[in-house]
Write a protein that binds this ligand. Structure first.
Ligand code: SAM
Length: 326
């Protein structure tokens, strides 16, 4: 169970009455609604604990899903070094560590000193391999040579000039694989489409989620590509959010690029870009395919692809023949 690995956070939640953490959550939610940066959230104890209780489990779940997909597509990729930019408390690094036992060193870059001080205190297994740098990404002229770069839920907080200049530098850096995650909102989608365009222009290969490197069929439309992961809510999580349901659906979008095409890349025909609709005896799929189109495919029990499709979920790659699609 992915979320079990976050048990190491529990002692932090004994340090303040829960109603205070709830105040921090109200501030955190307002901050997201107003599209403000995390600075003011990390400035208070309440805000940091609310982030730890509600946002860390969600981003951890999303990054773990992205890394699962990375492993499926590049099964011979065994990173030893990683760079986590806009690291916050290090959530994306925890996911990297829980996915890749080969990691020997992770460098984390974060501008908020309070996030770094807290990140250094969280005893997630393997974080003794972490090197923390309190720095603004703007000031970093050269990035270290690493096997994997991750930028999780941070690009949306950067100014236009920071985004452009940092992407230019990252694209030129000696990095083997680069992963970007953003919230599953129209803004997150637009930001990552820009990242996609720049990385492809820079000669990198797209690993996932797109099955093609052509223009995204949803670019400039009312649709936006995103995915969803369900995670259990702890009682504190439910309390601070005033939520009744025991789970939360985190929506996010991502892009994975490799500097060189991988000989062992596991190809796929398409990606499920919406929730799978299941009916008695048939299943309906929305698939973005290698021709660069999103199409609907309804498979009945008679179709040989029905059995494997029943197990598929939103965000999964589709590996069977899609030729017959209209
Ligand atoms: C929403 S948090 C995400 C944290 C973490 N990556 C995660 O997935 O949970 C965004 C983080 O990016 C950091 N950040 C934003 N702009 C930055 C910059 N210019 N340089 C370094 N860090 C930055 C913020 O301080 C914050 O910790």
């Amino acid at each position: 169970m992915t979320q079990d690995q976050l048990r190491c956070l529990e002692p932090f939640f004994q340090t303040l009455p829960w109603h205070r953490i709830q105040e921090g959550q109200k501030h955190l939610s307002k901050n997201y609604r107003d599209k403000k940066s995390s600075s003011s959230v990390f400035a208070t104890e309440e805000g940091r604990l609310a982030y730890l209780a509600t946002r860390c489990p969600a981003t951890f779940a999303a990054v773990c899903r992205v890394l699962e997909e990375l492993r499926r597509r590049l099964p011979t990729f065994y990173p030893r070094t990683a760079l986590d930019i806009g690291a916050g408390f290090g959530t994306a690094s925890w996911a990297l560590l829980s996915t890749f036992a080969t990691l020997e060193k992770i460098e984390l870059i974060e501008k908020e000193i309070q996030a770094v001080l807290w990140g250094q205190r969280i005893p997630f297994t393997g974080m003794d391999k972490a090197i923390w740098r309190i720095e603004d990404i703007d000031r970093i002229k050269t990035f270290p040579a690493v096997d994997v770069l991750i930028a999780s839920y941070t690009l949306g907080e950067w100014s236009r000039s920071t985004l452009e200049a940092t992407l230019d530098r990252l694209i030129q850096s000696p990095i083997a694989v680069a992963l970007f995650l953003e919230p599953g909102t129209p803004e997150g989608f637009t930001t990552l489409l820009e990242v996609r365009t720049r990385y492809l222009k820079g000669g990198w290969s797209l690993v996932a989620p797109c099955p093609h490197a052509m223009t995204c069929p949803w670019q400039g439309t009312q649709e936006w590509c995103h995915f969803s992961v369900r995670l259990p809510r702890t009682s504190l999580h439910r309390y601070v959010k005033g939520a009744e349901r025991g789970f939360e659906d985190e929506k996010w979008f991502y892009q994975i690029f490799a500097r060189e095409p991988w000989a062992s890349f596991v190809p796929f025909e398409g990606r499920l870009v919406q929730r799978v609709r299941r009916y008695p005896g048939r299943v309906a799929l929305s698939i973005c395919d290698r021709r660069g189109f999103v199409s609907s495919l309804t498979l009945s029990k008679k179709d040989p692809r029905y059995r494997s499709s029943k197990k598929l979920a939103w965000g999964d790659a589709v590996c069977y023949d899609l030729e017959k699609m209209g």
